[in-house]
Design a protein around this ligand. Structure first.
Ligand code: CAA
Length: 283
């Protein structure tokens, strides 16, 4: 199965990163979002990133121009009619994803693979909203997408082997390292990462140490590039909460209970770096 043209749904932090990586590696990319403003913001972030790469002499001016030329903005879902692969990076909400996949299923050609960058929602359930569950797969990129090597590839219960192999090959062509996992709450990455972050929040909540001390312990003691509270701000506290809720409801075990302090911050609109305040403040 050949992939030439890709549509990315969602021009936020993850979607624009995925679009950048696809366009840099020769794919024609349609970057789609609900509003022109959102798409423009995504294209602007990609452009700034490419300018930095040129300054660091990792990319030539010509490569930057060619990459940008391969990007087409869209606010019309009908654009899916011309692509071989859709990678959805919209909000982490099952009802929204299910209705989006049902609509994409109506628009996209029969050969088109529908992938989701969901960080924890069940691929099998997303696939059930379509008439092509064998062509639905999870393609979970890590933030920041241009830097992080991993793509967790999640097989839904009905995903075809050929579809899996196509996506694995595509990930390699993006200079990423694909890792195969089965469809279970949080997959592998967030089943392990998020309880650690949640535990760090409990540690703060219970007054065991200051936020800086908690982050220092994990950075200096465990060689993590970022402390867990900084990382939570970077991921987005709303995303962290929604992943913990998926783990909690999916496994039904109290060890996944989201920390009340995490809930409180999200209710306050303190969502981390993107909102200017989370555990830390950002200007
Ligand atoms: N976009 C593109 N490039 C970025 C970037 C961004 N947002 N942020 C940093 N970079 C690049 C820098 O330009 C720099 O590139 P060069 O080496 O080419 O110069 C490189 O990354 C290193 O950056 P810095 O030197 O500024 O800072 P750093 O050494 O602290 O690295 C980091 C930054 C790569 C983000 C590092 O702190 C890190 O690895 N943090 C942990 C990231 C992580 O855990 N990500 C997974 C989150 S979980 C997830 O995404 C999945 C989910 O479902 C929740």
């Amino acid at each position: 199965m050949d992939i030439n043209k890709v549509m990315i749904i969602g021009a936020g932090q993850m979607g624009s990163g995925i679009a950048q990586v696809c366009a840099m590696n020769g794919y024609e990319v349609i970057l789609h979002d609900l509003k022109q403003d959102f798409v423009n913001r995504g294209i602007k972030a990609i452009t700034q990133n490419l300018i930095k790469q040129v300054k660091k002499e990792r990319l030539t001016e010509q490569e930057k121009t060619d990459t940008l030329k391969r990007l087409t903005p869209s606010i019309d879902l009908q654009s899916a009619a011309s692509v071989d692969l859709v990678i959805e990076a919209a909000v982490e909400n099952m009802a929204i994803k299910a209705s989006l996949f049902a609509e994409l299923d109506q628009i996209a050609p029969v050969h088109t693979i529908l992938a989701s960058n969901t960080s924890s929602l069940p691929i099998t359930e997303i696939a059930a909203a379509t008439r092509r569950p064998e062509k639905v797969i999870g393609m979970h990129f890590m933030n920041p997408v241009p830097v992080m090597k991993l793509v967790e590839i999640i097989r839904g219960i009905a995903t075809d082997d050929e579809v899996y192999r196509t996506i694995e090959k595509l990930a390699v062509s993006l200079k990423k390292v694909p890792v195969e996992v089965n469809d279970f709450p949080g997959f592998v990455s967030n089943r392990i990462l998020m309880p650690m972050i949640n535990e760090a929040i409990y540690t703060l909540f219970e007054g065991v140490a200051s936020k800086e001390a908690i982050d220092d312990v994990m950075k200096l003691g465990m060689n993590h590039p970022m402390g867990p509270l900084t990382l939570a701000d970077f991921i987005g506290l709303d995303t962290c909460l929604s992943i913990m809720e998926t783990l909690h409801s999916g496994f039904g075990d109290d060890k996944y209970r989201p920390c009340p302090l995490l809930r409180k911050y999200v209710k306050a609109g303190w969502l981390g770096k993107k909102s200017g305040r989370g555990f830390y403040e950002y200007s």
